[in-house]
Design a binder for this molecule. Structure first.
Ligand code: NAD
Length: 413
């Protein structure tokens, strides 16, 4: 039997395809292909029971060619070093695509945050921060939230790092609470960016946002915000799913009420008026737009043919496997790739870092307007390359990003 390739192996293959298209020379290729450094740490934590449990964590810096590296921290039972290396690579491509003066990084801890008490989570986060403190810093590498982490985790990371430095260092993380130097609009930024790129794609395909039907896989930060903004725009959100299952309502789900329901019950299931379906059913739902906003590799060769949506907005990082991507391409789907669709998070993280450095904070309207401008400009840049070269939105985005990363590396070599 042929072994399935890992997410990172798939990313390396994609890199080689893009490097061939760009005709990159061998020395630059090897400099930018693999991470600059990867750290594996042991995180001993006293659980509430008194037992000491050794958690395992990672921090990977893919590249610092264009500036300090930037990337989220994931808390999830399935975290692996391979996954974090893949995500760090995507972060380097994303910051380059958006022309931010950042490199790419990612971190993670193998744990199930839902099963840890608040005290256990705090002790875990503080010890993890101490263990990776040699790598992070506002001029070196700046973490942010990702799956399983949030503004509270960022507050503890910022506090722990500040204690070690014996001064307040708000710029060591982004996605912090507003009172600790977080930026207005950061929490919503990734979903808002997905929404802006979705509107642009609808404009290209001459679809009316008020008459589209949308399905969203994953109803966390990214999925719920994207769904909420589409709902406000007048779209009909026919289906959503989370880790507990999916729900469907042909007439459309009321997203603000569904967010309240999820906050109260912990899942989307049981939302009044909706029908229950399995997590997998979301991919076959009759709709115009599909937003995968959960984890990587959810769209595979086994379900890609079921997808009825014309537009796929990759809220999640790497939600489509390479085999599935070929099927989507053959079926003429308009895919807004991860590095473009979900780049709003790192764009506003960059704003937050700038705000921290100058101790001057922008209004939410200013943040959202700058984000909108950036998302639309980058979308149009990717679209123009695609229209010119006919290589698909994904390869166009990756080409723009990797070319920039190669050029920056060349300057420093
Ligand atoms: P989150 O933890 O807030 O939400 C994840 C959601 O996915 C949860 O609702 C969870 O129940 C659901 N989920 C997990 N497994 C599922 C499955 N098999 N089927 C359906 N739903 C499932 O995380 P998030 O911050 O919203 O991140 C989601 C994705 O977006 C990740 O791939 C992340 O890397 C990417 N991303 C996040 C940000 C950000 O700013 N938060 C930025 C860029 C990219």
């Amino acid at each position: 039997m042929v072994r399935e390739k890992s997410p990172y192996e798939n990313t390396l293959e994609t890199f080689d395809r893009v490097a061939d298209l760009l005709e990159l020379d061998a020395s630059i290729r090897s400099l930018i292909k693999t991470p600059d450094r990867s750290l594996i740490v042991k995180i001993p934590v006293e659980l509430d029971s008194g037992e000491i449990h050794d958690f395992k964590g990672f921090r990977v810096q893919h590249s610092t060619a264009m500036g300090p590296s930037k990337g989220g921290i994931r808390y999830h039972p399935d975290v692996t070093l391979d996954e974090i290396m893949m995500l760090a690579t995507l972060m380097a491509w994303k910051t380059a695509l958006f022309n931010l003066r950042f490199g790419g990084a990612k971190g993670g801890v193998i744990c199930d945050p839902k099963k840890l008490s608040r005290g256990e989570l705090e002790r875990l986060t503080r010890r993890y921060t101490t263990e990776i403190s040699t790598m992070i810093g506002p001029d070196k590498d700046i973490p942010a939230p990702d799956v399983g982490t949030n503004e509270q985790i960022m507050a503890w990371m910022m506090d722990q790092y500040s204690r070690m430095e014996k001064r307040a260092v708000p710029g060591v993380v982004t996605g912090k609470p507003i009172l600790l130097g977080g930026s207005l609009g950061r929490r919503e930024a990734t979903g808002r960016g997905c929404y802006f790129t979705g509107l642009e794609a609808m404009r290209v395909l001459k679809m009316d946002p008020k008459s589209v039907r949308v399905a969203v896989e994953g109803f966390g930060n990214v999925g719920s915000i994207t769904a909420g903004l589409m709902f406000k725009e007048g779209a009909t959100i026919v289906a959503v799913s989370d880790s507990s299952g999916g729900i469907y309502d042909k007439k459309g789900l009321n997203i603000p009420l569904l967010i309240e329901h999820k906050q109260k019950t912990g899942s989307v299931l049981g939302f009044p008026g909706s029908d229950k379906m399995s997590k997998e059913d979301i991919f076959g739902v009759s709709c115009d737009i599909l937003v995968p906003a959960a984890l990587e590799a959810s769209i595979t060769k086994d379900n890609a043919r079921d997808i009825r949506a014309q537009i796929i907005i990759e809220g999640a990082n790497s939600p489509v496997t390479p085999e599935a991507d070929e099927i989507l391409e053959a079926n003429n789907k308009f895919v807004i790739p991860d590095v473009l669709a979900n780049g709003g998070g790192v764009v506003v993280s960059y704003f937050e870092w700038v705000e921290n450095r100058q101790s001057f904070y922008w209004t939410e309207n200013e943040v959202n307007a700058r984000l909108e401008e950036k998302m639309i400009n980058v979308f149009r840049e990717v679209l123009a390359l695609n229209q010119d070269k006919k290589i698909g939105m994904r390869m166009s985005a990756y080409m723009l990003a990797i070319r920039r990363l190669a050029e920056a590396t060349q300057w420093r070599s």
